[in-house]
Write a protein that binds this ligand. Structure first.
Ligand code: CP3
Length: 342
C-alpha cells in the first residue's frame, strides 16, 4: 500500500512528494474515450463497474499516488430532485433552475445511500482493488448553488449575484439545504471507504473577500465541522482563490488546494500550519519536457518549507493534453523530490 499521499496530508515526512492530477480520469485518455464511446456521461457515473475501471486507468497509466472517485459534483444535486442533462460539447444543464422559494421547497435533502448508492458501491469496489489511497469529493455549497441557480455553467453569474443581493434570505436558505446534502453525501463516502475528502469550490473566486465571508465560507466551515468525526484529511480547493487564502484557512481544512495564479512559496508564507496542494498551470503540460521539468523543480523548491505538499495541477487537466506529457510530469515530480538517503 502506497500511503505517501496520506502522510503528506497529515504533514508527516515522506520519501518523495506525492502527486495526483485533478480530473485525472477523463477525456484526454484514449482508454477513457473507449469506454465513454458506449455510454453517456451520466450512465457512466451511475455504473459502478465502469466507474471502477476509469478511476483505475490513470493510476496504472500515470503512476499517480492517489485515486479520485470517478463521479461529478453535480450528481448529489440531481439527487435533490432536479433534472440534470449533459449536452455534448456544452457541458451540464439544469433545465429548471432554482430561482424562488417554491423551486427550492421542491428539493429534498437526499439520503445518500438510497439516492446515490452507485457512488458508495463504486467506493466499495475501488477499495478492494486500489494500492493507493482513495479521495472522495463533493462540490462546495457556493459552487453547487451557482449551477442550480444559473441552470448550468456561467461566465458572469448574473442570476447567482442577483439572488445574493436582492433575495439574501432565499440564497441562504438554499445554501443551508445544499450544505446539509453535501455533508451527508461526504459522510456516506467516508463510511463507504473514502480515505480523504476534497471539496471543489470552482467558482468561489468571483466573490470579494467580504462576500466570501458572508455568502460562502460559513457553509464550508459548517460542512468541515460536520465531517470532523470521519477523522479523514479534508482538502479545500478554492479555485482563483489567492485573495481568499487567509480566510480559506479558517475553513478548518487540513490541506488547501492552490491554483497556479499564486506562487506556492508565497502562499505557504501566508499560511500557518496548513498543508498545501498544487499548483502547476495545467497548460504547462504543453511545454517541451526540459522546460516542464524546470517548472516542476521550481514549484518543489518553492514548496520546500510547506507543512505538507501534495503536487497537483492548479486546476483540472485539459481534455486535449497529450497523456505522455502528464506521465512525464508525474515522473519528474517523483524524481526531483526523491529524498537522498545517507
Ligand atoms: O478524475 C477525476 O478528477 C474525477 C472525476 C471528476 C469529474 N468531474 C468527471 C467529469 C471530478 C472530480 C469532477 C468535478 C467537477 N465537475 C467540477 C469541479 C472541478 C473543476 O473542474 O472545477 C465541476 C465544476 C464539475 C461540473 C462539470 N462536469 C462540468 C462543468 C462539466 C463539463 C465541462 C467539461 O469539462 O466537459 C463536467 C463533465 C465531466 N465531469 C467530464 C468528466 C470526465 C467530461 C464528461 C465527458 O466524458 O463528456
Amino acid at each position: 500500500m502506497n500511503d505517501t499521499f496520506l502522510k503528506a496530508c497529515r504533514g508527516e515526512q515522506t520519501d518523495y512528494t506525492p502527486i495526483w492530477i485533478m480530473r485525472q480520469a477523463g477525456r484526454y485518455l484514449p482508454e477513457y474515450q473507449k469506454i465513454r464511446g458506449n455510454v453517456t456521461f451520466l450512465e457512466l457515473c451511475k455504473t459502478p463497474e465502469l466507474c471502477l475501471e476509469v478511476t483505475l486507468q490513470p493510476i496504472d497509466i500515470l503512476n499517480v499516488d492517489a485515486a479520485i472517485l470517478f463521479s461529478d459534483i453535480l450528481i448529489p444535486l440531481e439527487a435533490m430532485g432536479t433534472t440534470l442533462e449533459f449536452h455534448e460539447g456544452h457541458g451540464p444543464v439544469f433545465p429548471t433552475p432554482i430561482r424562488n422559494q417554491a423551486d427550492l421547497d421542491k428539493l429534498i435533502v437526499p439520503n445518500p445511500e438510497e439516492h446515490t448508492g452507485f457512488v458508495m458501491e463504486t467506493i466499495t469496489l475501488l477499495r478492494k482493488e486500489l494500492q493507493v489511497p482513495l479521495i472522495g469529493f463533493a462540490g462546495a455549497p457556493f459552487t453547487c448553488a451557482t449551477y442550480l441557480i444559473e441552470g448550468g455553467s456561467s461566465k458572469v453569474f448574473w442570476e447567482t449575484k442577483k439572488m445574493m443581493y436582492t433575495n439574501p434570505k432565499l440564497f441562504h436558505n438554499m445554501m443551508r439545504k445544499i450544505t446539509k446534502t453535501t455533508a451527508l453525501y461526504l459522510k456516506a463516502q467516508a463510511n463507504a471507504g473514502a480515505q480523504a475528502l476534497q471539496i471543489f469550490d470552482s467558482w468561489v473566486g468571483i466573490l470579494s473577500p467580504s462576500d466570501f465571508q458572508t455568502y460562502a465560507l460559513p457553509y464550508v466551515q459548517e460542512m468541515i465541522r460536520d465531517l470532523q468525526d470521519t477523522g479523514l484529511p479534508i482538502i479545500y480547493f478554492a479555485n482563483n482563490g489567492a485573495t481568499l487564502l487567509e480566510l480559506s484557512e479558517t475553513s478548518g481544512a487540513n490541506i488547501l488546494g492552490l491554483d497556479w495564479r499564486i506562487n506556492i512559496g508565497d502562499a505557504i508564507k501566508r499560511l500557518g500550519n496548513t498543508a498545501v496542494q498544487g499548483n502547476l498551470d495545467p497548460f504547462s503540460l504543453l511545454l517541451p519536457k526540459d522546460e516542464l521539468k524546470k517548472r516542476i523543480g521550481r514549484i518543489l523548491d518553492d514548496a520546500k518549507d510547506a507543512k505538507g505538499h501534495i503536487f497537483n495541477l492548479g486546476h483540472g487537466i485539459h481534455q486535449f493534453t497529450p497523456p505522455d506529457q502528464a506521465k512525464a510530469a508525474v515522473d519528474f515530480v517523483h524524481e526531483l523530490s526523491q529524498k537522498q538517503s545517507h
